[in-house]
Design a protein around this ligand. Structure first.
Ligand code: URA
Length: 207
């Protein structure tokens, strides 16, 4: 019988009962979602009436939480799980998980500008430097670039590109560490494969 609050148990070893009924843990769930633009990265209704992840996650039987966020008008890869330890590590700067974005930016990014884009710049909350940046395509006077950051400061891609003179028109995250968005349709989710989960855990120092 335990009467103190905050007693720690080991779920692998201990058996917990309340009033004679066993308390079981929900199974661990690991999901990627292709968030469309026009959704807030939050669970539950929003005060503003904007759409949230709830309606996209119908059919996921356990409650999962987003590890990281995307802006309302940003689309692409979100990783969601009820495994707190893994989520913390995915977010922790120590593990330097690269997040890859495809950004349609205003204007033509030429070779010289690309070189300065790779060097980094001072933002209002400190220096920012992408891990890599490359041009994917020129589109009607604008440029589609791929840019990778391993840090998660708010609006990092938009602020960085605006400072560089090429504001973002459209933004999509296509990868987080070993996870790839691939051809997952907009608004859909799927479970990680075993191989993806193994790689993700390994990339943040878990077995
Ligand atoms: N950087 C941004 O500016 N927005 C996002 O949603 C993610 C990264």
């Amino acid at each position: 019988m335990v009467r103190d609050l905050g007693v720690k148990i080991d779920p692998e070893v201990d058996r917990v009962e309340v009033d004679g009924k066993e308390v079981t843990q929900p199974p661990k769930r690991y999901i990627i979602l292709n968030k469309p633009a026009g959704y807030l990265t939050q669970l539950g209704p929003s005060q503003s009436g904007k759409r949230t992840l709830d309606e996209l996650l119908r059919g996921v039987a356990v409650r999962v939480f987003p590890a990281g966020r995307l802006d309302y008008n940003t689309e692409g890869l979100l990783f969601l799980t009820n495994d707190g330890e893994l989520a913390n590590r995915v977010l922790h700067p120590r593990y330097k998980l690269p997040k890859v974005y495809h950004a349609l930016v205003k204007g033509k990014v030429g070779r010289n500008r690309l070189r300065s884009l790779a060097k980094g710049t001072e933002l209002e909350d400190g220096f920012a430097e992408p891990d890599s940046v490359r041009i994917l395509e020129y589109m009607a006077g604008n440029t589609l670039i791929e840019i990778t950051f391993h840090e998660g400061r708010k609006h990092i891609v938009k602020r960085y590109m605006a400072k560089m003179g090429h504001p973002v028109i459209k933004l999509k995250r296509v990868a987080i560490g070993p996870l790839r968005l691939g051809n997952l349709p907009s608004g859909k989710w799927r479970d990680l494969t075993e191989s993806e989960l193994r790689k993700l855990k390994r990339s943040v120092g878990l077995k």
